[in-house]
Design a protein around this ligand. Structure first.
Ligand SMILES: [Zn+2]
Length: 360
């Protein structure tokens, strides 16, 4: 008998009136709702979320600050909260770490969860996993949830209250999703339905940005909700989520993310640079190592144009640095368990050096 498989595709609404759908999407789950949010996120979004909950005829039991980090300590505080326990459903409002904590709390309590992203930096609002950290900020684990969020409501106005740097980093992270997933399957092995579907959909994480990313960033800075901006928000939040929930773990990562984890061994990396920024440099290394010049050229040019890193100096590293510790950690990363051909330190070091002299 064939193995039973499920794919939980993202459901979402985008637009300045997105919250008008609270009623139709939520009322079937009950009346009592609790909001769990990030601190900055709530400052930017409370004025939109609260009236929308009232208009939807829902009964708001409480608004709860999730904490400041995706930890099990914060998770325990949320699941112990009486109002959270009483609620029929939970609405998470925040960035990736907040939403990952809220998703896991809802999973533990067996309650439906809805999401409102406050930044466009990752696909946490729609995925079926939570990336958890220790209280000191170091990585802990990635529990797989029973359900994906029921619905994600994206109001561009809320996301535009955050610095443009988050959107730019999100674009870098999303583009890696296509480069890594297609590269990981490059050997041509037979793919199951989910992997084939997810890798095909992953093209949306890359090609639209070649036209949309620059105008989207410009419009973001000017406060204009344009089609290029809305498409880019969807290709940061939803498209990588489609890949994430569909493909075999083999195809969910590659050189770009492994190099990110390797680079975090240098303490200044996570202190001074956003995840997507560092990953986008790893994307360039991946494309150079793969000699995929057709993708390398537009990606390098886009990185330059929107302020993503293109060389070691952009990450405060020197060309002469042998990066032995970084590459050792990179190669040990679980994301490099499945590769289309052997990847070793020499291949990566040479790609990094070639990238130093690359000019598009
Ligand atoms: Zn990432």
């Amino acid at each position: 008998m064939a193995e039973i498989k499920s794919i939980y595709l993202p459901r979402f609404t985008i637009g300045e009136d997105a919250f008008d759908l609270f009623q139709s999407e939520m009322e079937k789950y009950g009346k009592n709702i609790v909001v769990i949010h990030g601190e900055k996120a709530w400052n930017a979004s409370g004025k939109y979320v609260l009236p929308a909950i009232e208009k939807a005829g829902l009964n708001l039991l409480d608004t709860v600050l999730y904490g400041h980090e995706a930890t099990y300590e914060n998770l325990d505080k949320i699941t112990a909260n009486e109002n959270v326990q009483k609620a029929d459903m939970i609405l998470g409002v925040g960035g990736g770490k907040c939403l990952d904590t809220v998703k896991l709390a809802a999973d533990k309590l067996g309650k439906p969860v809805f999401t409102v992203p406050s930044i466009a930096s990752n696909c946490a609002p729609v995925t079926k996993i939570s990336i958890m950290y220790h209280a000191d900020g170091s990585f802990c684990d990635i529990p797989v949830l029973k359900q994906a969020p029921i619905h994600c409501f994206i109001n561009p106005r809320i996301i535009m209250a955050a610095p443009d740097r988050f959107l730019i980093a999100g674009i870098g992270d999303a583009m890696a999703k296509h480069v890594e997933s297609s590269w990981s399957a490059k050997a041509g092995e037979k793919l199951d339905y989910g992997s084939e579907f997810g890798i095909t959909a992953g093209r949306m994480c890359f090609y639209p940005f070649l036209n949309d990313a620059e105008p989207a960033v410009e419009d973001f800075k000017k406060g204009i909700v344009s089609e290029a901006l809305e498409n880019s928000l969807l290709n940061v939040i939803v498209s990588p989520g489609i890949v994430s929930v569909s493909v075999h773990p083999y195809y969910n990562g590659g050189i770009a993310h492994s190099l990110f984890y390797g680079l975090t061994s240098r303490s200044h990396i996570e202190k001074n640079h956003l995840h997507g920024e560092v990953v986008s440099y790893g994307t360039l290394v991946s494309l150079m190592a793969d000699q995929d010049y057709d993708k390398l050229k537009p990606t390098w040019e886009l990185n330059k144009a929107i302020g993503l890193p293109t060389c070691l100096a952009d990450l405060e590293l020197e060309k002469e640095d042998p990066l032995e510790d970084v590459l050792k950690l990179t190669l040990a990363n679980q994301e490099l368990v499945h590769t289309p051909y052997p990847v070793d330190a020499k291949l990566l070091r040479e790609a990094i050096l070639k990238l130093e002299d690359y000019r598009g």
